[in-house]
Every structure is written in structure tokens, then in C-alpha cells.
Design a protein around this ligand. Structure first.
Ligand SMILES: *Cc1c(COP(=O)(O)O)cnc(C)c1O
Length: 342
């Protein structure tokens, strides 16, 4: 995949940190101009986050050699753009309606975005995507389960795109832990051009620590490591992630509560006459088509409940997005909707 990277990245000699150049064990570290007085964070963090990656391997079965960790998935998205896309020359392909960050990141980098809308049932138009691609199509972003529609993307379509798209195929699985569908991580050993994004921000309940994962071939991981800021994941984040991964069962229990609540809201929301449709969801949110979306959004804000107004997004006319909250929060939402009906 090196051949897809920008020329300046292919030839880049990366920054070599003090902790990088020394290999072995030592008692006394006088190499990095750190403060010698121990307070738990006076040392630079492990630049390759070995302990965190080893724990991810225990949980997900993915080899640390195939893992990159970023300051949120958003850092991985930004790095991908800067590794592979020559500004003003290359472009990315996105499948709207989808996550807004791909476009923003491309805009920041001066990279054009080609948009091939999803079909009416929110699946990719594989033929149209492949027809739109050329040698400057460096990255295809597929979000599955997709934000804001909530559905998982058909795995056969994903594989067909991976096999026939000449650039990098990114599958953003931020919501995979809420989905009954299978993760695309099984494609990692199989296809060198695949990048899977996952995150600690949703199911893992750690949006505040900013930690995202990218799983890919060793070749792509090396490119990430070459371009990333040397100490991109700080000591506190690495420590908190390890603490958060100690109790996997506890995390699954909360995910299950969220899933039970999603089923409850999927059943109850369509009872309101002003809710025309609730779309099927593989995520921790529901997209619903409603009468008077702007007025309802504003009404809920006045009741102290903030949801996401997606009514101006392509293929999402009249749609609002509801994140699944705690049971008592969802009850308050339902009560507010009851007031709105009357
Ligand atoms: C929430 C979300 C993310 C998470 O981004 P982080 O930077 O890891 O918090 C990534 N992709 C999608 C589609 C999301 O909705």
C-alpha cells in the first residue's frame, strides 16, 4: 500500500524520539530531558502504546502489529487523508448520508470529496461507486453501522468494494458493538487495502479520553506510525483505557441495557401519530422521520432534551436522530413526546 501513499510520505524520515532510539532496560533515564521527580506522569508515554494494544489483542484477537491508536478515530481519519491524498489532485469517496468528519477532514487537507449517495434503503450503490472511481480515488469511506441512518452495511457489498476499489477502503465501525452484524475485522489478514476504525467513545463509554483504533495491514500501520505525532496518546489516556478494559463484562452489561432500551423505543416511538417512520438500527441511536421536525426539535430543547436534527441531510428529509439514553432519560423523552402530541 506504500505505492498509494503520497511521494513525500513514502520518502519521509520520521522523527526519532529518545525512547525510540534506546532499546533495552535501564534504571536511570537521562535521555529525554524529562523532570526526574516521579509524580506518575513525569515521563513521556509509550509512543507505541504496547500495553494497551496487548489488552486489545486479548479482547478482540487482533495482533498489535495490525493496530494503530489515535487521539480519537478522528485522528486516524485525518492521518489517512494526509498519508494518501495529494491536495488538489487526489480525492476521497464518501457515501452520504454519513458521518460528517470525512468531509471536514478532506476540506482541511484541500482534498476533493466525491459523493455517491446511498440507495433509498441506505445501502451502497456498488456499481455507481466503482464507476466513479479512478486512479486519483485514494480512499473510500464506508460507515457501518452508518451514522446517522443507524443500519449496518451489507458485508457482501463491502467485500465487493474492497476487491474492486484500487485505493484504501475504510470501514468505520464506531457502532459495531451495538450491532448483531459481523465486524469487518475478518478482512484484515485478507486484504492489504482495508482499514477498520473502532473507538472507545461509544460502547466502551470513554469518549472523554479520546482514543480510537485503526486495524489494518502492517504496511498501512507502518505508514500511520511514520506520520503520527510521536507521543499521540498521553499517559492518562493509556492508563484509563487499561482500567476501562479491566471489566469487559461490565461494559457488555451496559451495552445490553442500551440495546434493550433501543428495542423499547423502536416499539414505542411509532405509536406517536406524528412519527412517520423509525428506521431499523444496529447502533445506539434511532433515526425517525417526523412531522414538523424543526418545531419538535425546538420543543424538546425547551423541555431540556437535546437530540440531533438531521432533517436537512440528504435522504433524511424530516428526520431526527435520538441517542439511546438511560431508561429514566428515555422515559422523560417519551413523556415529552406525549406532551407534544397533545
Ligand atoms: C462517534 C463516531 C466516531 C468516533 O470518533 P472518535 O474520534 O473516536 O470519538 C467515529 N465515527 C463515527 C461514524 C462516529 O459516529
Amino acid at each position: 500500500m506504500n505505492h498509494l501513499a503520497r511521494k513525500n510520505i513514502q520518502t519521509l524520515k520520521p522523527y526519532s524520539s529518545a525512547r525510540h532510539e534506546f532499546e533495552g532496560t535501564a534504571e536511570i533515564f537521562l535521555d529525554a530531558n524529562e523532570n526526574p521527580f516521579d509524580n506518575g506522569m513525569n515521563r513521556y508515554p509509550d509512543p507505541l502504546q504496547t500495553a494497551v494494544k496487548n489488552r486489545i489483542q486479548e479482547i478482540k484477537g487482533i495482533d498489535p502489529k495490525n493496530i494503530f491508536l489515535g487521539n480519537g478515530s478522528d485522528e486516524a481519519i485525518d492521518l489517512l487523508m494526509r498519508i494518501f491524498c495529494e491536495p488538489g489532485k487526489d480525492h476521497i469517496i464518501t457515501l452520504p448520508p454519513t458521518y460528517g468528519m470525512y468531509q471536514v477532514s478532506a476540506d482541511i487537507c484541500g482534498v476533493e470529496v466525491k459523493k455517491i449517495n446511498l440507495t433509498a434503503d441506505f445501502q451502497p450503490d456498488v456499481k455507481a461507486v466503482l464507476a466513479a472511481a479512478n486512479k486519483h480515488s485514494k480512499i473510500l469511506f464506508i460507515c457501518s453501522p452508518n451514522n446517522p441512518t443507524g443500519n449496518a452495511i451489507d458485508k457482501n457489498s463491502i467485500e465487493e468494494l474492497i476487491q474492486n476499489f484500487a485505493g484504501i477502503v475504510v470501514i468505520d465501525e464506531a457502532y459495531i458493538d451495538f450491532s448483531a452484524g459481523e465486524s469487518a475485522t475478518t478482512f484484515i489478514g485478507q486484504y492489504p487495502n482495508v482499514v477498520i476504525l473502532q473507538t472507545f467513545s461509544k460502547a466502551w463509554g470513554m469518549a472523554g479520553i479520546r482514543l480510537g483504533m485503526a486495524f489494518a495491514s502492517e504496511e498501512i500501520i507502518s505508514l500511520f506510525n511514520k506520520v503520527k505525532p510521536p507521543y499521540n496518546i498521553n499517559v492518562l489516556t493509556q492508563k484509563t483505557a487499561l482500567d476501562g478494559m479491566a471489566d469487559v463484562e461490565g461494559v457488555y452489561k451496559k451495552v445490553n441495557t442500551i440495546l434493550t432500551e433501543r428495542v423499547r423505543l423502536e416499539e414505542l416511538l411509532p405509536n406517536f401519530s406524528f412519527i412517520q417512520k423509525v428506521y431499523p438500527s444496529d447502533a445506539n441511536f434511532l433515526l425517525a422521520k417526523v412531522d414538523q421536525p424543526n418545531e419538535l426539535y425546538q420543543f424538546l430543547v425547551e423541555k431540556g432534551i437535546v437530540i440531533r436534527n438531521r432533517s436537512t441531510v440528504v435522504l433524511c428529509d424530516g428526520c431526527l436522530r435520538f441517542t439511546i439514553g438511560q431508561p429514566k432519560e428515555n422515559n422523560l423523552l417519551l413523556a415529552a413526546l406525549e406532551v407534544w402530541r397533545n
